[in-house]
Design a protein around this ligand. Structure first.
Ligand code: SAH
Ligand code: CA
Length: 238
């Protein structure tokens, strides 16, 4: 991530609905009910050059609802950044719920951490600074972890989504949820490849491949939704 000199080339807004409709949803439904700690984190993101990669608040609102219905005790997040989705998860799971949160880089997490502490939910979080795949593999070395998680949110390197899914489907219990972000990749999944700017191509191709994999995976029921940047919401059924 650090290697890219000009994040603004990535900044073309991820809006799958019309701008007016997105504004309507955010202003009438999302921001008025957004908890104060999340507002605080969103403000912090505004000052960060990469702040625009945080989970879209409308997608987060849907996720909060799913979390409340599921009431998960053991969750996992891949891709934390400053922690908007992490704090949202922490706020919506039970008091004794836990989140294993993995990010290859802790720097952004440290920016969000004061807001997480202030919200009184830090005790739910076990942050691991590492590439995610080796951690998931390590978790799977202990058979006790198989089928032990209730919920997963995946929002890191898109090229590894299929690999994350292969591990997470074993870690999540039957009936548990796996939620994958950015699966419509700014709508570019339906663009002809040659129209997609070079720096969006590998993400676009990865999203297409991933969505196909999920459609063909009989171990899950799912809904590919166009909220935020596209949440692919899966439930393990086998
Ligand atoms: N969910 C976050 C946004 C995540 S952005 C939010 O709501 O704000 C993607 C994150 O994935 C970045 O913080 C990046 O450091 C992390 N990442 C990239 N590659 C990774 C990898 N291989 N393993 C773990 N994390 C990775
Ligand atoms: Ca995302």
């Amino acid at each position: 991530m650090e290697k890219i000199k000009d994040p603004s080339i990535y900044r073309n807004p991820v809006i799958l609905q019309s701008e007016d409709l997105t504004k309507y949803i955010l202003e009438t439904a999302v921001y008025p009910r957004e908890p104060e700690p999340l507002k605080e984190l969103r403000e912090l993101n505004k000052d960060h050059p990469w702040g625009f990669i945080a989970t879209s608040p409308d997608a987060a609102q849907l996720m909060a609802l799913l979390l409340k219905v599921l009431n998960p005790r053991k969750t996992i997040e891949v891709g934390v950044f400053t922690g908007y989705s992490l704090l949202l998860t922490a706020l919506n799971i039970p008091h004794d719920g836990k989140i294993t949160a993995i990010d290859i880089n802790r720097k952004a997490y440290d920016i969000g951490l004061p807001a997480i502490k202030k919200a009184g939910v830090e005790h739910k979080i076990d942050f691991i600074e590492s590439a995610a795949l080796p951690i998931l593999d390590k978790l799977l070395e202990d058979p006790a972890n198989e089928g032990s998680f209730d919920f997963a949110f995946v929002d890191a390197d898109k090229e590894n989504y299929v690999n994350y899914h292969e591990r997470l489907i074993k870690l999540i219990k039957i009936g548990g949820l796996l939620v994958y972000d950015n699966t419509l990749w700014g709508g570019r999944v339906c663009w002809p490849e040659e129209k997609v700017p070079e720096h969006f191509r590998s993400g676009r191709n990865a999203a297409i491949e991933f969505n196909k994999t999920i459609t063909n995976d009989s171990r899950v029921e799912f809904a590919l939704t166009s909220v935020g940047d596209g949440l692919n919401i899966c439930r393990r059924v086998a």
